[in-house]
Design a protein around this ligand. Structure first.
Ligand SMILES: NC(=O)c1ccc[n+]([C@@H]2O[C@H](COP(=O)([O-])OP(=O)(O)OC[C@H]3O[C@@H](n4cnc5c(N)ncnc54)[C@H](O)[C@@H]3O)[C@@H](O)[C@H]2O)c1
Length: 445
């Protein structure tokens, strides 16, 4: 079988793993990015982003990865182009498709001279209506060609979690394909037959259904998270309650699966927090209300405050508070919309002395927080100096805390937001608190 040559436009957190995975599956690939530094890194065989497994995949498949410096090469040398450029949120919560339109305009201009069929695949997250009203119009105008005849246009959103991108791309639960026409959808489905390690369901539909499904899946998942956090808040004030026991019980019901269903801290990162706002903005435009999305967002916004409330009784003048985990989740250096940043800001308002530690995201934290906080060189160093420790991400590195011994006169307070540690295995000088658990009261005799 002759594999199509594929191109990826936008080589960031999603685009560069997509490029490397396609190369690993035997596709000849061409990448393009407006950022020269990103292009230069990939040309040298260096991953432009920190993502587990990406560097080795790039190194092993360098011969099938080319980086173009213009759109003409992208269009001339490949027959399928995936667009993975950013779609940042507007002030009203909508996703801006400006960068997608720039990419599509440039692709369209290069398509003018092409005589053969080309498939354009938008992977960037867009909202219902964008494919038909904006992206199609721009591409047809720039190329002077007809969609469905000269080129195909698909919406193919990605469902990936940073830190797990390679696995998630190659082993999706399903692939969502919003297609302009049969031919376009079939070509993309054929690509995934080769690309995936597993045999996912290939869900083919029109653009608007795929657009709505993408945003709905993300907001549904965040609703599960906020629901579990609502139960966690309740558990904290109910004597002997433990949200873990409650959510595990719920997850035994076949209608509720356990994924993303733990009461702990809120969600963060580049996608989840803005999805509910975007759904709310869309509902408003349609003259409707997305009440569930709004409530999910409200619950998420008060999670950092909930942490502060829990440790406030221990906060004295000049108390040293250590935050463990600055990224929005383990195994990534991304700190965008991280709950830890919100916690730091709340603590600084209360004049606490804040130190932070993260195995991967310390540099990113420095850029964001500057001199407002201190940075621990190691887990042990940070913990020794701290009066209060907030364990904010369930990073396995922090399991080491259970081996630490202290000669401290005063007790340290440790708030474990993810109930990662076993209290019994901690040094006796640590007073352990767990988010999502109520105080223990004596059982009846
Ligand atoms: N990161 C995720 O976890 C994730 C998950 C699902 C969907 N998405 C979506 O994927 C899209 C990309 O996200 P990301 O996280 O990879 O972004 P990113 O910021 O990490 O990378 C985007 C890259 O696109 C480049 N770029 C911008 N405009 C360009 C243009 N006109 N031509 C060529 N390159 C251009 C940038 O230089 C950058 O390298 C967004 O729509 C996002 O919502 C991201």
């Amino acid at each position: 079988m002759i594999l199509p040559k594929i191109s990826v436009v936008g080589l960031g957190k999603l685009g560069s793993p997509l490029l490397a995975c396609a190369a690993a599956k035997g596709f000849s690939t061409v990448g393009y990015d407006v950022n020269d530094q990103v292009s230069a890194n990939i040309r040298k065989g260096e991953s432009p982003v920190l993502e587990p497994g990406l560097q080795s995949l790039m190194s092993a498949n360098r011969s099938r990865i080319k980086v173009a410096d213009n759109y003409q090469t992208v269009v001339r040398e490949t027959s399928v182009t995936f667009i993975t450029v950013p779609t940042p949120s507007n002030a009203n919560g909508r996703f801006s498709v400006e960068m997608v339109l720039q990419a599509v305009r440039a692709l369209g201009k290069s398509l003018v001279k092409k005589n053969s069929y080309h498939l354009v695949v938008v992977v960037s997250t867009v909202l219902p209506g964008d494919m038909r009203q904006n992206i199609l119009v721009e591409l047809e105008q720039a190329s002077s060609k007809k969609c469905g005849k000269d080129f195909g246009l698909c919406y193919n959103p990605a469902f990936i979690a940073l830190g797990n991108v390679i696995h998630d791309l190659l082993n999706p639960d399903f692939v969502l394909i919003g297609e302009s026409d049969q031919r376009a959808g079939k070509e993309l489905a054929d690509f995934y037959e080769v690309f995936c390690d597993n045999k996912p369901n290939l869900l083919r539909m029109n653009w608007v259904n795929a657009e709505l499904a993408k945003i709905a899946i993300n907001t549904y998942v965040t609703t599960k998270i906020s629901f579990a956090n609502m139960l966690a808040e309740m558990s904290e004030v109910l004597p002997n309650a433990d949200v873990e026991v409650v959510t595990k019980a719920l997850a035994n019901d076949r209608r509720i699966n356990p994924a993303y269903f733990r009461g702990a801290l809120g969600y963060g990162g580049p996608c989840f927090p803005r999805d509910n706002l975007a759904l709310g903005a869309l509902a408003k435009e349609l003259g409707l209300q997305a009440n569930i999305a709004e409530a999910t967002d409200q619950i998420n916004r008060r999670q950092a405050f909930r942490v502060i409330k829990r440790i406030e009784p221990y906060l004295k003048k000049q108390t040293k508070v250590l935050i463990l985990g600055m990224s929005y989740k383990p195994k990534t250096n991304v700190i965008e919309s991280s709950q830890s940043i919100d916690i730091v800001n709340e603590l600084l308002e209360l004049n606490a002395l804040v130190e932070v530690y993260d195995p991967l995201a310390l540099e990113a934290a420095k850029q964001k927080l500057g001199h407002r906080v201190l940075y621990a060189n190691s887990l042990e160093q940070g913990v020794r100096k701290a009066d209060i420790i907030i364990l904010a991400t369930p990073d396995q590195t922090f399991l080491q805390l259970m081996g630490f011994k202290f000669k401290s006169e005063t007790k340290k307070v440790l708030l474990d937001c993810w109930r990662l540690l076993d209290e019994k295995r901690l040094d006796k000088s640590i007073q352990y608190l767990a988010l999502g658990r109520g105080r223990t009261v004596r059982k009846p005799a």
